[in-house]
Design a protein around this ligand. Structure first.
Ligand SMILES: [Zn+2]
Ligand SMILES: [Zn+2]
Length: 608
């Protein structure tokens, strides 16, 4: 009996010469494999074995599976297949996101599962023997399938590895690493991933066959190359990580490594400043206060207490550094307690004025009124201080910086973007882009230009400053990382692997009513130095009985592109409403000729 292995984009298919009309699939992409099945004369899919919950390798199931098709999914991830609405309807997986497991790239609606499988499960399909192995890393519940037939052994390894020394993307590896949440766990799942791969190498298969990627005939060499590349990339991350200031115990193994930036000393804080929680206050000579951020009711009460104690007369202006919940949760109450103009960079304002339009780490549902959206380098006078606002894509892409000049000092309020140990780029969801003139390279160039006497972080008691040499050191590290991380991913720029939001819906979530025309924009960031063609279409629920035609755009290098859809909703509301009033609208994406499947999503909330 001869086994045929076909690989058509993401789905993998086995079938046997002896019963040509039947097939078994491992993962199933967006279903375009159907055309190949038809060409091969296959009329029945006996089983689809899923390696993990990601929608881009599973959404085709609704098109491919029949009543006879058995769907096997990782037991640990079964709820993300057959009860996925519990995820989409849970506010805990929408707001205050400090954990990113499970990842939200999961099916829009539930499917009927035949079995949850895990380590030790074993069965026969025709002449093939199939064994299951738990292989956490790319997702928590990922499994791999060892399939032996005709003396050959193939490991279908999911997205644990893409090619020798490469991973399909890196943001799925964001995972807690000795801290309480995933938020600080940059590449935190690399150890589990490599342990999983070691287990698969030990099976001595003839090949690794990944869901995304290339068939690898020398698995041990492929994994060794990945280990080396990942460790090098992580070392370069640690070398200038701000986290060494907050959580030194995470990095004891890296102490005194050559090529790591020494952690600088703190500086005393000028006496006209106050620090409460994540809030800095400037108190002017006339006793007026300028407040930055208000992240909790306790902070608000402490500010009010300062006023009661006579430390200042009135708050006359407020600046919001960035959108994170520990900086804005109490802003609405603050704005009631202290009616004064609130300023924020326009990019920050877009998020905090309408947080539902975004899905980002640490996002707060608090809606903040912004009275003045500042442009990059916009200056104004507040009492004796000259203030200049900057777009400051540091800790997050949606972040501002504020230079305060006065009392013969140049104070730079960097939000959460720096500590004396370096840069705060530990959470990939924050969009810390690599490249000359973007992300932290932009921020560091600005520090070299402005040469502040003091830098302030919202979470750090003391001030600090960087020397010219330290700034140059960090920029050299980032340039090195841009190249290293590009080598680690199959894309032509590292940012595709680091930036989960390079394709995104705007708004992410919106209310819709029956009969309405809904506007949904899909935005792309072309991180490449080459022009790219992107196309996409929203996938509406089948019950709505309508398809949205695909649209295409050409995006110049290093630019954003957008495609606007106008979607007319069915007239009858109850036809719209299935079990849930929150409807997940997956976006099927093709980029640069590569079919990425249901790569991102938007949310429609049905209202009467
Ligand atoms: Zn995946
Ligand atoms: Zn922050």
């Amino acid at each position: 009996m001869e086994l045929f292995v076909y690989r058509i984009l993401s789905p993998l298919m086995l079938h046997f010469k002896d019963f040509y009309e039947r097939a078994l699939l491992i993962d199933c992409g967006n279903g375009i494999v159907q055309a190949t099945l038809t060409t091969l004369g296959i009329t029945q899919i006996d089983m689809i074995l899923f390696t993990h919950h990601h929608r881009d390798s599973a959404s085709g199931v609704t098109m491919l599976a029949t009543a006879e098709t058995q769907l096997h999914v990782p037991a640990m991830e079964r709820p993300w297949f057959d009860a996925v609405e519990t995820f989409w309807n849970d506010p805990k997986t929408r707001w205050h996101l400090y954990n990113v497991h499970p990842h939200n790239v999961m099916l829009a609606t539930s499917i009927s599962v035949h079995a949850g499988v895990g380590e030790g499960d074993h069965w026969q399909w025709g002449a093939a023997e199939i064994w299951v192995f738990d292989t956490p890393g790319h997702t928590d519940g990922s499994v791999a399938y060892l399939i032996a037939v005709d003396g050959q052994r193939f490991v279908f390894c999911g997205d644990t590895i893409y090619a020798p020394g490469q991973l399909w993307e890196l943001y799925s590896l964001q995972k807690q690493d000795q801290t309480s949440t995933d938020y600080h766990g940059f590449l935190g799942d690399r150890h589990r991933l490599l342990q999983s791969l070691d287990k698969l190498v030990a099976l001595a298969p003839d090949a690794f066959i990944p869901t995304h990627g290339q068939i690898m005939h020398e698995p041990a060499t492929a994994v060794a190359a990945l280990r080396q590349q990942l460790e090098h990339c992580y070392d370069r991350y640690v070398a200038i990580s701000a986290l060494r200031h907050y959580f030194p115990w995470m990095f004891t193994a890296f102490a005194n490594r050559p090529g790591h930036m020494p952690i600088g000393p703190g500086k005393p804080v000028p006496d006209f400043l106050r620090h409460i929680g994540t809030t800095w206050l400037i108190i002017a000579d006339n006793q007026e206060a300028f407040v930055m951020d208000c992240g909790s009711p306790a902070i608000l009460r402490a500010i009010q207490q300062l006023q009661t104690d006579g430390e200042f007369s009135a708050v006359t202006a407020c600046w919001v550094t960035h959108y994170h919940d520990d900086h804005v949760d109490a802003m609405p109450d603050f704005q009631v307690a202290f009616p004064c103009p609130t300023y924020a960079d326009a990019i920050v304002a877009a998020v905090i004025e309408d947080p539902r339009a975004f899905r980002l780490p640490c996002i707060s549902p608090a809606v903040v009124r912004i009275d003045q959206r500042t442009a990059d380098r916009e200056s104004w006078q507040w009492n004796e201080f000259r203030l200049t606002a900057y777009t400051f894509p540091g800790q997050t892409y949606y972040h501002g910086g504020l230079l305060v000049e006065g009392h013969n000092l140049r104070l730079f309020f960097a939000g959460d973007s720096f500590t004396m140990a370096g840069i705060d780029d530990y959470c990939m969801g924050n969009r810390n882009l690599l490249g000359a003139g973007v992300g932290y390279d932009h921020c560091l160039a600005l520090m070299a230009e402005l040469q502040p006497t003091h830098i302030f972080n919202c979470h750090v008691e003391s001030a600090f400053a960087f020397t010219g040499d330290e700034i140059a050191f960090m920029r050299t590290n980032l340039a090195e990382r841009e190249k290293l991380y590009t080598d680690l991913v199959p894309w032509d720029h590292a940012n595709y692997g680091l930036d989960e939001h390079w394709v995104r819906c705007y708004p992410y979530e919106q209310d819709v009513v029956a009969g309405q025309t809904v506007h949904l924009r899909v935005e792309f960031t072309n991180h490449s130095t080459l022009t790219k063609i992107a196309s996409c279409r929203p996938i509406l629920p089948q019950a709505w009985g309508r398809d949205v035609p695909e649209q295409e755009i050409t995006i110049p290098p290093k630019q954003d592109g957008r495609i606007d859809f106008a979607i007319s909703m069915p007239d009858v509301v109850n036809k719209l409403c299935g079990q849930s009033h929150r409807v997940v609208i997956p976006i099927e994406v093709t980029y640069d000729g590569n079919v990425l499947g249901q790569f991102r999503e938007g949310i429609f909330v049905l209202t009467a």
